[in-house]
Design a protein. Structure first.
Length: 268
């Protein structure tokens, strides 16, 4: 009685199907394999939706926004230029100014662009010494060979050739003096011997004649300048002639003015 039961259990097809149904049934395997995460139909729209979404497009075109930002300094620079142009524009003469600006202008000191005393002195200085005199536009070098014979009493001390320059400064300041004079009664810048080109008219013919003549000017010295023992006016040109004698202050030296043509006339 035991054997038929065994054969019935092992050979029954129903039992085999029931045991293998949950794991080997083909109808139930397909829906499990085709899960929503692995289905190809659902994968493609999600991936394409990411690439075609407007957000993704905005992210992919982010360099365009960077370019627009790089152009912003140009716009700022243009605005700054326009502001500067408005500030630097010259207003017409007839344009009325605002009362506020007029009040500010009246309160503040106006700029003075003229030369101050110190600046003007520095422009007319030599060797660190401010010069009292500067040559006029008609200053010229002489054509004649003028000379100064220096005498002390009856003794001849020196001969000075004064035809190489248009002007000669006499004074105690050796830094600027062309002809130094060491007497204590003389000023540091005492006088100037100046050659000037002067135009004169001939009374007989009416022709204009230009000549270069010697002049002397006293620079407001303390003890004056003398020509032929006569005091000359200060700060004025005084015409000199051949054989004139010049003295400075209380100095005992005499300066006699002579040119080469005068020597030739004496020899003849």
């Amino acid at each position: 009685m035991k054997s038929p039961r065994r054969h019935s259990r092992s050979r029954s097809p129903y039992r085999r199907q029931t045991q293998t149904s949950p794991s080997r049934s083909p109808s139930r395997r397909s829906p499990r394999r085709r899960s929503p995460s692995r289905s190809p139909s659902r994968r493609s729209p999600r991936r394409r939706s990411h690439s075609r979404s407007p957000r993704w497009r905005s992210r992919s075109r982010s360099p365009i926004r960077v370019r627009s930002r790089s152009r912003s300094p140009i716009s700022h620079s243009r605005r700054e230029r326009e502001r500067i142009d408005k500030r630097t524009r010259v207003r017409p003469i007839n344009q009325s100014h605002s009362p506020k600006k007029e009040e500010i202008g009246n309160d503040g000191p106006k700029p003075n662009f003229g030369l101050s005393g110190k600046l003007a002195a520095e422009t007319n200085s030599y060797n660190g010494v401010v010069l009292k005199y500067f040559e006029p536009p008609e200053a010229r070098k002489p054509i004649k060979k003028w000379r100064l014979y220096v005498f002390k009493g009856d003794k001849e001390m020196d001969i000075l050739h004064i035809h190489r320059q248009s002007a000669y400064l006499f004074g105690r300041e050796r830094k600027v003096a062309d002809i130094p004079i060491d007497h204590p009664s003389c000023s540091s810048q005492h006088a100037v011997l100046q050659f000037r080109q002067v135009t004169s008219t001939n009374d007989e013919t009416g022709e204009k004649i230009s000549e270069i003549k010697p002049y002397i000017i006293d620079l407001d010295s303390t003890n004056k300048t003398f020509v032929n023992n006569n005091v000359i006016p200060p700060s004025r040109y005084y015409e000199l002639k051949a054989s004139d004698t010049i003295k400075f202050g209380f100095s005992t030296r005499d300066y006699v003015l002579i040119h080469d043509e005068l020597d030739d006339e004496k020899l003849e």
